[in-house]
Design a protein around this ligand. Sequence first.
Ligand SMILES: O=P(O)(O)OC[C@H]1O[C@](O)(CO)[C@@H](O)[C@@H]1O
Length: 287
Amino acid sequence: MSLSLQRQIGTTSSFRIPQVLTEARVGGRCGEILGLPFFVSSLFIFAFLFAFHKRFLLLWNILNHSIFAMKFFIDTANLKEIQEAHLLGVLDGVTTNPSLMAKEGITGKDNIMRHYKAICDIVDGDVSAEVISTDLEGMIREGEELIEIDEKIVVKIPMIKDGVKALKYFSGKGVRTNCTLIFSAGQALLAAKAGATYVSPFIGRLDDISTDGIALIEQILTIYRNYGYETQVLAASVRHPMHILQCAELGADVMTGPLSAIEALLKHPLTDIGLAKFLSDYQKGNS
Ligand SMILES: O=P(O)(O)OC[C@H]1O[C@](O)(CO)[C@@H](O)[C@@H]1O
């Protein structure tokens, strides 16, 4: 045993430190004991990381994108628009509501159910289908019928007292829900506590009454992050591309908007002018 260590624990102590440890730590023979294998394995790890770092980065980006990137839902019941957004390659899901279904002339329970199925057949992501009932039993009955249509269906429930109870009921059964008609952070907190999968704060309708819809998104995100709620913030009633960008800056989980707002993201006059010039220069040299 080394002298200094022996002094610290006392010469009469019955506690004996194994010689290999005292020598390795106190006597500085760590290098001798671990040196070569440690050096060789570090070299291998370094070489491995260097050779595959691009693949790791790619994997990280894919994971990062699929888990954290803001999802794009289209807010319509129009099959042509849904198909168009799907073909654009950026569509992650669809939201509908009774007004949007009525706008497409879809009436009667069977037609409505068939229409939801047609939407599910186009998209690869979640499809929100809203209940009409306003009492707990009715919402449960409707929700259970809706989820039979397709596994992509998310039951959309209004933010009312029985709606909160229905959210709790469905979350207990593992059924995904979207709590709609959210206009305050308090409502969003309640929906998260009841286990909603998504909450839909209506940005545009708040803006319409001179209230800052985007500020509500920020407030809800802060609250959810404070407590680690898994409920996703689905920014709804999006009206234009600036809403989409503001939601992305704040880190909203999802935005749902009309096709026009999504397509407006790709437009810039300088892009059109630049493209026209490229094509005319090409024509000059190749005609
Ligand atoms: O104010 P708008 O444009 O009618 O939007 C209402 C919103 O309500 C919802 O039903 C909420 O999900 C969406 O379909 C839509 O974004």
